[in-house]
Design a binder for this molecule. Sequence first.
Ligand SMILES: [Zn+2]
Ligand SMILES: [Zn+2]
Ligand SMILES: [Zn+2]
Length: 214
Amino acid sequence: MENGNIDEMLELIWTEEESGRRRVNDILNADKSFDRDSLEGLSGKGYVKLEGEDIILTPAGRAKASNIIRNHRLAERLLKDVLEVKTVELETQACEFEHILSSEVADAICTLLGHPKECPHGRKISQGACCKKAVKEVSSVIVPLADLRSSQSGKVAYIATTHHARLDRLTSLGIFPGVTIRVHQKVPTLVVQLDHMQIALDKDIAEDIFVRRG
Ligand SMILES: [Zn+2]
Ligand SMILES: [Zn+2]
Ligand SMILES: [Zn+2]
């Protein structure tokens, strides 16, 4: 069994499990290029256990899968937020990246992006050593709006909320990806400048708006 194939299978098993599916048939239906033999092979390598009709990641399999998924989702954020690759192209591009990133490079990308918690599809990115230490040596390019100082500006990269009312409100204020925001004042309340308009924002909302430093 090739390493790339092992990675793809572990990735699929992980994402299926995230969606609450952990049966052998779920995996085989989700990707027709895998068969029962390939899952047996994965089991032989100690990455999964087949228990009746269920497939379960072993601790070794879970550690390996978690790493692949983290790389995949960080690559998605990098491609989308920094390189501005279109969403339709993300999946295949990110899948190529995930196998070649060392953990040092993944942590450098994570730091550059401000330790994002979710991929562009809203799926969880697990923490790396960098997030736990909150390394500041490489300064992040993408930061929460709340981290900008007075008179600094940034271009909105993404908004990290799945809260529809909040997204709608921000959109109606003219705050969406691509827009440049300048911090007018931080105390007593945060006031930002958008074109010729000044808007006061709650601190927790400003934590959800990620900008690329201008
Ligand atoms: Zn992938
Ligand atoms: Zn994603
Ligand atoms: Zn990190």
